[in-house]
Design a protein around this ligand. Structure first.
Ligand SMILES: CC(C)(COP(=O)(O)OP(=O)(O)OC[C@H]1O[C@@H](n2cnc3c(N)ncnc32)[C@H](O)[C@@H]1OP(=O)(O)O)[C@@H](O)C(=O)NCCC(=O)NCCS
Length: 435
């Protein structure tokens, strides 16, 4: 039966589906996730993303696989500054671990069982020598031997495979131009790849839900700077502590968004990507909320915001043509690339004043300070233009403006040209704020 929740969820997801088509996501899956049996659920969701046209580069880790093989063969583990020292026997184990993990991931991603979300999808997986590595060398007098670092990502090769519709899988191993293999880390490979590909998203799967505050609340959005402060403060789960510096670096180096999402909770990745509230932690370089000048492309969104308010008589009716003509006077509030509010400023330069009009915030995003952000923006613009005051005509929102420094005045105080247009039937009250 068609349920209301399904319809609402599907509608909520639709704008994201459109926005993500053709975009590149780098998904980093730790060796633990592959080893602990949580990968099949994740594989279904990754498969679904590719069906929706998202280009996926999957980078996998092999830490527990290496440790288990070393244990079985009685080879000791050596670390320096928390980095593994890869001697020749360990490098042989690294190659075996890569093979094991790759086969397991490829087999899981190839499942197309009837009655599973992957039924009918034929995902092709590409891989190969797409990264060049170099040794990290000697650190504090310690020769790290076959422990390497990323030197170059073959963007052209990866892009070509993604364009052909393949999922590209990268292992934490790279080759030098002299033909040697080096042991890399999943975090480094994923981050370098995301930056080199200018990926839309870099996603790390974590044991918990993401970054949790000291009040034990999930922090669903963070700027790179906030993430840095939290990292400095410590007290975060080990995997979050490990991944945050990479996430911060990626967002600072051009990756639009990075995410920490649960590897254990079924469907967490989809919920993070396709719902407004998300399900993990999203990190963006800049604040997610910004107010900017509207363009002609925003008219549909502005109409969506103001039409219901016009019908309720809260805002005066404006035609699409008028909006198109005056679009330069409008500003919109964007949150994570979606529009949740608008405002207009009509300047009366001769009278050194401006009218604030058409202020609206989407009904399900009120009381979050968006209205005030739009008002501040208009006040800033008016001051920048050297205007002395700002006025507003309102029938139902008087108190909101009074609480923000506006005082009631007579319509006769309006600039002459505005007085001529004053609608006496609406009996709007006039409020003015000296800037
Ligand atoms: C007025 C409006 C833009 C405020 O947007 P917002 O993003 O919710 O505003 P903020 O978050 O900055 O402020 C919210 C506060 O204003 C209060 N508020 C909201 N509407 C109000 C109203 N009509 N009168 C008085 N206070 C109001 C809220 O209760 C909240 O108070 P609190 O902080 O004490 O909890 C929004 O409610 C809206 O779009 N209303 C319909 C359109 C409208 O009236 N536009 C003005 C026409 S000129």
């Amino acid at each position: 039966m068609l349920t209301r929740e399904f319809v609402l969820s599907f509608r909520e997801a639709a704008p994201y589906i459109n926005a993500f088509r053709g975009k590149t996501f780098v998904v980093a899956v730790s060796g633990e996730t592959v080893a602990d049996g949580h990968f099949p659920g994740l594989a279904q969701d990754i498969n679904l993303l590719t069906t929706l046209g998202v280009r996926i580069v999957l980078v996998h880790g092999i830490r527990p696989q290496i440790d288990s093989l070393l244990g079985k063969q009685g080879i000791a583990r050596h670390f320096h500054r928390e980095k593994r020292i890869t001697d020749l026997p360990t490098m042989d184990i690294v190659k075996q671990a890569v093979g094991l993990a790759r086969h397991e991931i490829e087999a899981t991603l190839s499942m197309g069982m009837p009655n599973s979300p992957m039924h009918g999808s034929h995902l092709r997986i590409s891989g190969g020598n797409m990264l060049t590595a170099q040794p990290i060398g000697v650190i504090d007098g310690m020769d790290m031997q076959y422990t390497g670092q990323v030197r170059r990502i073959d963007v052209a090769a990866i892009t070509q495979r993604l364009e052909a519709g393949d999922l590209v899988m990268l292992s934490p191993i790279g080759y030098s131009p002299t033909g040697e293999a080096f042991n890399l880390t999943m975090e480094e490979v994923a981050t370098h790849t995301a930056i080199a590909l200018k990926a839309e998203k870099l996603i790390f799967l974590v044991d918990g839900r993401g970054v949790i505050s000291i009040e034990d609340k999930l922090l669903s959005t963070l700027t790179a700077q906030q993430a840095e402060e939290l990292h400095r403060g410590g007290n975060l789960p080990n995997d979050v502590t490990l991944y945050l510096p990479y996430v911060i670096r990626a967002t600072r180096d051009g990756v639009s968004r990075a995410h920490l999402v649960s590897s254990k909770e079924d469907g967490a990745l989809l919920a993070e990507l396709f719902t407004r509230g998300g399900n993990g932690t999203m990190i963006a370089r800049d604040p997610l909320v910004r107010v900017r000048t509207a363009t002609i492309d925003d008219i549909g969104d502005i109409l969506g915001l103001i039409r219901p308010l016009e019908e309720q008589g809260i805002l005066v009716k404006r035609s699409r043509e008028l909006l198109e003509m005056e679009i330069g006077n409008y500003s919109v509030l964007e949150h994570d690339k979606r529009i949740y509010g608008c405002v207009a400023m009509h300047a009366f330069t001769d009278a050194e004043t401006a009218e604030l009009a058409c202020l609206a915030v989407s009904s399900d995003h009120r009381d979050a300070g968006f209205g005030e952000a739009l008002l501040n923006h208009v006040e800033y613009q008016a001051r920048a233009r050297g205007l002395a005051s700002l006025f507003v005509l309102t029938t139902q929102t008087a108190h909101w403006f009074v609480e923000r420094g506006f005082v009631e005045t007579e319509p006769s105080r309006l600039p002459m040209s505005r007085q001529e247009m004053y609608n006496y039937q609406r009996r709007s009250k006039v409020f003015i704020k000296t800037l």
